[in-house]
Design a protein around this ligand. Structure first.
Ligand code: NDP
Length: 348
């Protein structure tokens, strides 16, 4: 039995972020009503009373939980308390308020970093809690696991139709290009773009280029989110990925071609590679009737077009941390050694 989104009032928490923005774009194509919020300035989702007041006064019928503190390995490793605290509070406040206000359906977005460091590849949903986590992003991962468990507990105790999806590495419009908090696609895109503008002869990518990673265009994820809202109602979280992985070297070549950089790529093998492979097992999602549709080349073209059109007004997500706030404009930074090691170990 499918859940009907028609005429439902939907709140996308985190709607000003990359994933939330894509969910809004996708839901605008449905015959539903979308709640627009004023972002963090209007409601700090870490504050229970603010979340409860917002939910009680706006009464959304469907909630997509795409808000959270997000960052690459460097940020996670440097600020583990913030990643754990913020994400736990955001999830607990929204999920509990959703139960209290009778939300009919809630989709929680987690991350592939919930899985053990040594999980089998491709990683099935059942690998959750079968081994130790990657220590550098443990706080973030534990918070995301708690989000899954909250959805399951409210489903079991209160009969709430709360579901969870675990996306792989994402890229697309609204991405964060900050040199210290960005993920692989944003870091590489920016690096190749800046090398092209500077007419550099080479771009240095940290590591050997051999680790394999999976990348999904964020609008594909949004499409998967709507599909799950409609067709999925179970406690088990569902992986959402592209269904295939490529080496970092192949990915870098794709970005090089997309950007039009004519120099060469040099791999700095003195830098660590991270885990050799990270691919989600997406058979459950496929069995539900959904697969990603945008080929990587097309996704990257859309990504770069958006990057160029947003030049100069890209997001500065360093937020409260002085260490991460010292750059006023990410594109004016002269740091040529972007955090590619961190990127290879990024959280999905
Ligand atoms: P973004 O940083 O782009 O978006 C997160 C959003 O949450 C921002 O709008 C942010 O607002 C908001 N937010 C964070 N803290 C608060 C707060 N205390 N109060 C109000 N709003 C807050 O991240 P993404 O869109 O990339 O990620 C969203 C979710 O998607 C993540 O939680 C993660 O689980 C999932 N995900 C992301 C992946 C990726 O590759 N990016 C991969 C897999 C999963 P502000 O701008 O003010 O900080």
């Amino acid at each position: 039995m499918s859940f009907d989104l028609t005429d439902r009032l939907i709140w996308v928490a985190g709607q000003h972020g990359m994933v939330g923005g894509a969910m809004m774009r996708r839901l605008e194509r449905e015959r539903c009503a979308l709640l627009r919020d004023g972002g963090r300035a209007r409601v700090d989702l870490r504050r229970q009373s603010e979340v409860e007041d917002w939910m009680a006064s706006h009464r959304p019928q469907v909630v997509v939980l795409a808000a959270g503190r997000v960052g690459g390995l460097c940020a996670n490793d440097t600020f583990p308390a913030d990643f754990l605290y913020d994400n736990l509070l955001i999830e607990a406040n929204i999920i509990h308020a959703a139960y209290r206000t009778g939300v009919e359906k809630l989709l929680f977005l987690g991350s592939s970093c919930i899985y053990p460091r040594e999980a089998p590849q491709p990683i099935p949903e059942e690998a959750l809690l079968t081994g130790p986590l990657e220590p550098t992003n443990e706080g973030y991962a534990v918070a995301k696991i708690a989000g899954i468990k909250l959805c399951q507990a409210y489903r079991r105790q209160h009969g709430c139709d709360f579901i969870s999806a675990m996306p792989t590495n994402l890229y697309g419009p609204g991405d964060n290009f900050h040199p210290e908090t960005s993920h692989v696609p944003a870091a590489l895109l920016r690096k190749f773009h800046e090398a092209k503008i500077a007419a550099s002869r080479e771009v240095v990518v940290w590591g050997s280029g051999t680790p394999r990673r999976e990348f999904l265009y964020v609008d594909d994820l949004a499409d998967a989110g709507v599909h799950l809202l409609r067709h999925y109602s179970d406690g088990l979280h569902v992986n959402v990925g592209a269904g295939y992985d490529i080496t970092i070297a192949e990915f870098a070549e794709h970005i090089k071609r997309c950007v039009g950089f004519e120099g060469r790529i040099v791999y700095d093998r003195s830098r660590p590679d991270g885990t050799p492979r990270k691919l989600l097992d997406t058979r459950r999602m496929q069995a539900l009737g959904w697969s990603a549709v945008r080929p990587l080349q097309k996704g990257l073209r859309l990504y770069y077009d958006w990057f160029l059109s947003s030049h100069g007004k890209l997001r500065e997500t360093a937020s409260e941390h002085p260490a991460l706030s010292r750059l006023t404009s990410p594109l004016l930074c002269d740091d040529t050694s972007l955090q590619t090691t961190y990127d290879l170990e990024r959280q999905a």
